[in-house]
Design a protein around this ligand. Structure first.
Ligand SMILES: *Cc1c(COP(=O)(O)O)cnc(C)c1O
Length: 358
């Protein structure tokens, strides 16, 4: 590996976060590792999570589940995105659980099963307005349509506002879910509602749910600024590091990068950092700051595809470490600068940046 730019994932931080969650939450933990483990590496994160007490994995796509199986992971895996019925055969064969929400889907999927049984969780829409059934009639139709071809193992819903403490919708969704599944809790092995924010909010409460789906908290990040009070034990696992590739002194009046949007005002030391928007370090990060040996240095001029430039307080040797994310530079600070959320930041880094596990 020649490239000095890398994402470092702290396995111990993920282990710590899972362990701390387990201390507070009585429910079983599904570790959500969709989107390549929120950019952290799905297989590596899944292994750490399972070693530390998670008992199930959650992904969005069947392909993501197959990747985990191909890596030798045998734990139950729930695919949370909808799949077309022709996915049923492969899912059953590989022991992968699908999310379903219509009787017609079950009918159609049967032809792909070749006598195998497919495990499914029923998805209920109580306020997201995306996937899921919305009425007891639809649910009853599914219960009737499922024969020995399907193991209806679970039923679940997803909150739109679990990370907003003042939201009424959060409580309304719980009520809708309870009304819809009234009298049916015992019909399912797993009844679940909560993402990271919901899981922590339910800690210590007596709820009729026995599984939580934890993503962002496992990675050590807060679902929202206002959830930080609940989550003070989390430790972020993600850092992005590089090294100064080139350092030079420019006299006053010199321009930097495309569009010549930055002009040196005096003599300045300018360093080049080999991370660009093709790595997921967005052009919009122009003007943000990175850390060089404990000093914050502004990104000057536009971020390029493969690199960006920073203004250094003094001359530094080529090869000096630069921290783009981690330590003094919190992901949440970058997220705020880019007017987005930490979830999007960790997902946006491309496969061109190698992941190192420490
Ligand atoms: C992604 C996802 C989660 C995990 O959410 P976090 O906020 O990251 O904990 C849980 N449930 C569903 C249905 C999801 O799609």
């Amino acid at each position: 590996m020649f490239r000095p730019s890398r994402i470092e994932i702290d396995r111990a931080a993920i282990a710590h976060n899972i362990q701390e969650l387990r201390k507070r939450i009585p429910q079983a933990i599904m570790a959500v590792v969709k989107a390549n483990g929120y950019g952290h590496g799905a297989v590596e994160v899944a292994k750490v999570a399972l070693e530390n007490g998670a008992t199930m994995l959650g992904v969005a796509l069947l392909e993501e589940a197959i990747e985990l199986r191909d890596a030798g992971i045998s734990a139950p895996i729930l695919v949370m995105e909808a799949q077309f019925p022709d996915a049923a055969g492969v899912a059953a064969e590989r022991g992968i659980t699908l999310s379903v929400f219509s009787a017609e889907w079950l009918e159609e999927a049967k032809q792909f099963l070749n006598g195998q049984t497919l495990t499914v969780h029923i998805k209920v829409d109580t306020g997201m307005g995306r996937l899921g059934l919305r009425s007891r009639e639809e649910l009853d139709a599914m219960l009737n349509a499922a024969n020995e071809s399907f193991d209806l193992e679970g039923i679940y819903t997803h909150f739109a506002t679990a990370d907003e403490l003042g939201s009424e919708l959060y409580y309304e969704q719980q009520e809708r879910f309870e009304r819809l599944i009234e009298g049916l809790h015992d019909r399912f092995r797993y009844v679940h509602t909560s993402n990271s924010a919901g899981a922590i909010r339910m800690a210590g409460q007596d709820v009729p749910y026995n599984l939580v789906r934890v993503g962002i908290a496992m990675y050590g990040l807060y679902p929202s600024a206002e959830m930080q009070g609940f989550y003070s034990f989390l430790r972020p696992a993600f850092t992005l590091k590089s090294k100064l590739m080139h350092v030079k002194r420019l006299e006053a009046g010199q321009t930097i990068s495309y569009g010549a949007t930055y002009t040196t005002s005096t003599e300045e030391w300018i360093g080049t950092v080999p991370v660009g928007y093709a790595d997921g370090w967005l052009r919009k990060a122009s003007g943000f700051e990175v850390d060089v040996e404990g000093e914050r240095c502004p990104i000057v001029g536009r971020v390029c595809m493969d690199r960006f430039m920073i203004r250094l307080p003094r001359e530094y040797p080529v090869g000096t470490d630069v921290t783009l994310i981690g330590g003094p530079i919190a992901i949440d600070e970058l997220a705020m600068y880019l007017e987005t959320i930490n979830y999007e930041i960790v997902c946006e880094f491309t496969g061109r940046l190698p992941r190192h596990y420490v």
